[in-house]
Design a protein around this ligand. Structure first.
Ligand SMILES: [Fe+2]
Ligand SMILES: [Fe+2]
Length: 279
């Protein structure tokens, strides 16, 4: 059985950073991302699931804390839980904007995701932990790409930019914690890969549904002309989602470990952005 130190010799120190952001609906517009409402609603859809989703991640990892003996991994679990708790809080504050932005379906969608996670909580704990590993890999990939295209991301409202850069940085920092716990408690490849497939299908279905509901709330669902810039941004250039694809499939390699991807330079970019951000 591998320990955290054996698998991840160069893991970053994981410490939560407090972030106080002025997120006033009077100053943060609904089209906060590059003046593109459809693109902004994509970000809103992701943000909607974070408060309930990240609480699930922490619970699924903490349940195994008692089985971990590696001091480094125990410390990392604390850092991971602290970072995710602050992410949940910050995204809940961001999600308070939804009502003022006219996203009438937000409360119902969030309740739906909470019910879905309640059903997942009835599964065996190792499946819940595997689901967290899968979704942590997706958020780490997304964070990695957000950091790598940070100069091409367009005109994002300063407070919202800081929120996403902070979250992207910390997702990259703690990307291996759930995975190391999974390996330390004997989690195997078949469950890991199978759960990733199921989690991907469910996650994409939920994202498309939430994004569609938000687009309908704003009256742009049936206006494909409004999608063009957003779709080309996400899948063309800079291709935030397109660039995730190779890293996503790497997860299915039997010997995969999150720290196989060296993101030290990106972490430095993220820290510099955070330090220089005025919001
Ligand atoms: Fe997070
Ligand atoms: Fe995370």
């Amino acid at each position: 059985m591998q320990t955290a130190t054996e698998t991840s010799p160069n893991r970053p120190v994981i410490r939560p950073r407090r972030l106080e952001l002025p997120l006033d609906p009077a100053v943060v517009p609904a089209a906060w991302w590059d003046d593109d409402l459809f693109l902004s609603l994509f970000g809103d859809s992701l943000s909607l699931v974070f408060p309930v989703g990240e609480k699930f991640f922490v619970d699924s990892v903490r349940r195994y804390r008692k089985d971990i003996t590696d001091a480094q991994l125990l410390d990392d679990i604390n850092g991971f839980a602290g970072q995710e708790a602050l992410h949940s809080k910050a995204h809940a504050a961001f999600n308070e904007l939804f009502e003022a932005h006219g996203l009438k379906s937000a409360k119902a969608r969030e309740a739906h995701v909470a019910r879905l996670l309640d059903r997942v909580r009835k599964l065996p704990p190792i499946l819940q932990l595997a689901a967290t590993c899968a979704l942590e890999h997706l958020t780490a990939m997304l964070g990695e790409q957000l950091l790598s295209v940070s100069d091409e991301i367009g005109d994002v409202h300063p407070s919202v930019r800081k929120l996403w850069m902070w979250h992207a940085l910390e997702e990259s920092e703690h990307k291996a914690v759930a995975f190391d716990v999974y390996q330390a408690v004997g989690g195997g490849y078949t469950i890991r890969a199978g759960v990733m497939l199921a989690a991907t299908v469910i996650f994409i279905a939920e994202m498309v549904h939430i994004h569609g509901c938000f687009a309908r709330d704003k009256g742009i669902l049936l206006k494909p002309g409004r999608w063009v810039h957003a779709v080309s941004y996400l899948w063309g250039k800079p291709g935030l989602l397109r660039r995730i694809v190779p890293g996503y499939f790497d997860y299915f390699r039997p010997g995969f470990h999150p720290n196989d991807r060296d993101t030290d330079a990106l972490l430095e970019i993220g820290r510099a952005h955070l330090a220089a951000s005025p919001a």
